[in-house]
Design a protein around this ligand. Structure first.
Ligand code: NAP
Length: 267
């Protein structure tokens, strides 16, 4: 596994992490052992970055992440998120404490604002985030789905901390962040955490088969390799299936050439 610094923090996170949206859905009727096993396998393979949110499966995703990391909490980097209805000062504090309880941990590594809400002053939300850092409940502050202008507002609202990451949608099939958010993150040393990097499972068919053959990669692996070709990017595919998790963990064992990346971008 390859590791990258998160923002300017000095913290190393795996370039391929594990997304947990949809983990713990009630349609599985209480049978979530496979999802927990998949997370544990990913951890064994060096994927230390785990992304969840208070809103995923009404909190059950966080509970299952907690179960998966029970024996190895200090070896993983847990990122969770506060949802837009909870962006007022006291609600942020309460939401974080609730997440910590569901996760069964004593702190969260990265606490992210899930979506911006222009109705709540960012200064108020960030003041609560800084209290959480001061109290040792949160190590680093992140944002998600923030435009460049919103990111600048978030950074200006912080008195003592930095925005470590912006989690946004980025995949071979959706390159819109390349217009402005990615160059901004690269310039400012903010990690771009690529969500839905496998296009929700709609794996791209456009990748030239000779390149796949040359590197012995599946199209899904090539998508993850492509999306993390810039040093400032990490990706968080979701895999509830152990075989998928193993495939994702080995997707960056080798790197394509610059020309091959360019061909994939324009295919
Ligand atoms: P995704 O990771 O792009 O795709 C997940 C789908 O791909 C699942 O159906 C999964 O199947 C399948 N898959 C995984 N590995 C595969 C492989 N090697 N080969 C073939 N198929 C594979 O979609 P996502 O869940 O939308 O995004 C990933 C994570 O990003 C989320 O879980 C969440 O943590 C985060 N996210 C954040 C936001 C936000 O607003 N911040 C929004 C969306 C997502 P199995 O599950 O059956 O293995």
């Amino acid at each position: 596994m390859e590791y990258r610094q998160l923002g300017r923090t000095g913290e190393k996170v795996s370039v391929i992490g594990m997304g947990c949206w949809g983990v713990g859905l009630s349609k599985n009727h209480g049978d979530w052992a496979g999802e927990v096993a998949s997370l544990r396998r990913g951890i064994e393979l060096g994927m230390n970055l785990i992304d969840t949110a208070e809103s995923y499966s009404s909190g059950r995703s966080e509970e299952l992440v907690g179960e998966a990391v029970r024996e190895c909490r200090d070896d993983v980097f847990i990122a969770t998120k506060v949802a837009p209805p909870n962006l007022r000062h006291d609600a942020v504090i309460r939401a974080c404490r609730d997440s910590i309880q569901r996760l069964g941990v004593s702190y969260v590594d990265l606490y992210q604002i899930h979506w911006p809400d222009p109705r709540v002053p960012i200064k108020e939300t960030m003041s609560a985030m800084e209290h959480l850092v001061q109290d040792g409940l949160v190590r680093y502050i992140g944002i998600s789905n923030f435009s460049v202008t919103e990111t600048e507002g978030a950074r200006a609202a912080l008195a003592r901390n930095e925005v470590a990451s912006n989690q946004v949608e980025y995949a071979l099939t959706n390159k819109s962040v390349e217009a402005d958010i990615l160059p901004y993150c690269v310039r400012e040393k903010i990690t771009l955490m690529a969500y839905s990097p496998l296009a929700h499972g709609k794996i791209a068919h456009s990748i030239p088969s000779d390149v796949l053959r040359k590197y012995g990669m599946s199209p899904a692996q090539a998508m993850l390799n492509w999306v993390t070709r810039n040093d400032q990017v990490v990706a968080i595919p979701k895999a509830s299936n152990v075989r998928h998790q193993e495939e994702n963990a080995s997707s960056v064992a080798t790197r394509f050439s610059a020309a091959e990346y360019d061909n994939m971008s324009s295919a």
